[in-house]
Design a protein around this ligand. Structure first.
Ligand code: ATP
Ligand code: ATP
Ligand code: MG
Ligand code: MG
Lengths: 171, 160, 171, 160
């Protein structure tokens, strides 16, 4: 039990920083932010907590509560993707995770998801890629998708219906 | 593997039998407020075995299509089938239904199975419903980053 | 105490429906949705609860929990504006209330706020208008404002700074 | 009346003395994630007397500008002044400061007053801090529509 827990912890804490950097770097800050996990107790980690810290570029506070709405969203997605890399599920379903993101962060997150969703069976099992199902209201997010499922309300029948459309992918 | 398509039958706002898909590597679900986008995520979560209280319904009955409050009393069946495309190209289907007596019923390739068998088959594909780290419901994303240290440990236990 | 409470309740419950209709009507549904308040107990209302119900156009469920994210936001704003009409405060501060709204609802809410923010001292005291301070990431919302306060991060100093800009108003 | 301008001094991410405004009939605050937009709403809420726990700070100290975690120990004063334009065109200013001993200090037109006097003056202008129905913090709007019946009654009591 201890060994399994530590295997998960070590793997995820090495991945988290590089994923967070991919999601936060830009021309002004080519390196990006810093993210790390720390154990409250080394001897019996599963009896105590794991602390997550993410610091956006140029910010120097370690208290996650003080991050802004958009900064918390980016930190959360980095953690989710890092956990996935240890225990890869074949797909992700994300419902309006871009609600608090400004256009720059939407573009970065969409680009990351687009890059991770490339079809490659070997990559899938190794945790390097996954199928993505994303619900979004922002065209700067969904125009990066391979295909759209448009949901509309059929007023006469009082129910939902869908239309599908493939997008020509741009790599 | 990956999700190929969904077949929903009287699930939430989806009346009658509707086939939704195909799902590609990166599929976006779009549409106006109240159209039924989150209900599609609920359909995926439901067929994987997530409890109805996470799907904005206090009981299974609430997940069955109804035209209005009066029709909620009408006894209807509902089900969601998720057709999964395996690495070797073969299709595997998972179906979860709501019977007339409002109980859950699980099927793999249209054969009724127990929840344990159903869940074990999903685990073998890497779908860990208990951890749910691959499902982010509307409005929940920010709270992932401010989970308490204890909650994070619990999540790590589920996936290790 | 009873009389004051009932004065508030009666006023707000007559306003709520017309405000909700203004926020939900469109060419397909010229009337809009329905919204009302009901008392759990008529004799001693302040010892029991007040139930709020809002039903978007073509929807017929009375359970507010089943509304979608965007539908809940619109219902919430209608209630806030109705309460304001009884007890007018001189200004409103709204922080990214448009996060869950699709473009159509953003335009409707922005138009409503624009209309209510017209300067007229008499209107202010009577609860028919108010000053609005709105934080938003969507240009379809903030381009209806009279002026912008742009906040940016001064990386050298490690702090926030602002720039202001008047917009030529379009009425 | 209306808000004419804010003068912030070492409040949250606003270092030194900065004047923000003028605020017009409909003013939008815009800028990238993490720039300091919600901190401006916190400045308005703070000067009206809203408790620091609502402003994402556990204590008053957290609301004072600091460059990094180490500088949090540095004792600094901070204040926010809200200049209010009355119907007759005259200006009235409300100031709330954080003293070196981390206590709150209230001023009307630069004269120190008690919290009761400060709050009463605001009530006379229609600013009911206790009800807070005119302040919607980030992420809170949806929950207004699903307040429990008891919570709604409490809100109605505050405003009646
Ligand atoms: N059992 C049911 N039968 C019929 N309709 C239902 C049922 N349960 C929920 N609904 C309807 O589904 C609607 C909500 O759909 P959903 O939450 O999927 O919208 P959405 O597309 O995600 O919108 P948003 O963009 O605002 O989040 C509600 O308005 C409700 O009327
Ligand atoms: N006392 C303080 N001193 C200096 N900086 C602070 C202080 N308190 C908070 N901050 C900074 O303020 C930032 C958050 O600002 P704020 O929440 O206003 O952003 P925002 O513009 O609303 O962003 P979003 O669009 O993501 O909601 C944090 O990153 C934090 O570093
Ligand atoms: Mg939704
Ligand atoms: Mg903010």
């Amino acid at each position: 039990r201890y060994a399994r827990f530590m295997a998960a912890f070590t793997h995820i804490s090495t991945e988290i920083d590089s994923i967070y950097k991919q999601l936060t770097r830009d021309p002004d800050h080519p390196i990006g932010g810093t993210a790390y996990l720390s154990l409250e107790n080394d001897e019996e980690p599963f009896l105590h907590g794991i602390k997550y810290t993410a610091m956006p570029p140029t910010k120097r506070f370690r208290n996650m509560e003080e991050l802004s709405g958009g900064e918390k969203t980016v930190a959360a997605l980095a953690l989710l993707f890092a956990i996935h890399s240890f225990r890869p599920s074949p797909f992700f379903v994300l419902d309006e995770v871009d609600a608090a993101l400004d256009n720059v962060n939407v573009a970065r997150v969409a680009a990351y998801i687009h890059a991770k969703s490339r079809e490659n069976a070997g990559q899938r099992n190794a945790g390097h890629s996954f199928q993505s199902v994303v619900i979004s209201l922002k065209d700067t997010f969904f125009d990066k998708a391979d295909g759209l499922i448009g949901v509309y309300r059929d007023h006469d029948q009082g129910c939902s219906r869908v239309l599908t459309k493939r997008l020509t992918t741009h790599d | 593997g990956s999700i190929h398509r969904l077949e929903v039958d009287n699930f939430k706002s989806y009346k009658g039998h509707q086939v939704i898909g195909p799902f590609l590597n990166f599929t976006a679900i779009i549409g106006p407020n109240g159209a039924g986008k989150s209900n599609l995520m609920d359909a995926i979560s439901f067929v994987l075995g997530v409890r109805s209280s996470h799907l904005r319904g206090s009981q299974l009955r609430d997940l069955v299509y109804a035209y209005d409050d009066k029709e909620r009393e009408v006894r209807r069946k509902a089900h969601v089938k998720l057709v999964y495309l395996q690495g070797d190209g073969t299709e595997l289907s998972f179906t979860r239904g709501i019977t007339l007596q409002s109980a859950s019923e699980y099927r793999i390739d249209d054969k009724v199975v127990s929840w344990d068998e159903y869940n074990n088959k999903m685990r073998s594909l890497g779908i860990l419903v208990k951890a749910r780290n691959f499902l982010v419901f509307q409005g929940d994303v920010e709270s992932v980053s401010t989970k308490s240290p204890k909650e994070l440990t619990a999540l790590f236990e589920h996936i290790s």
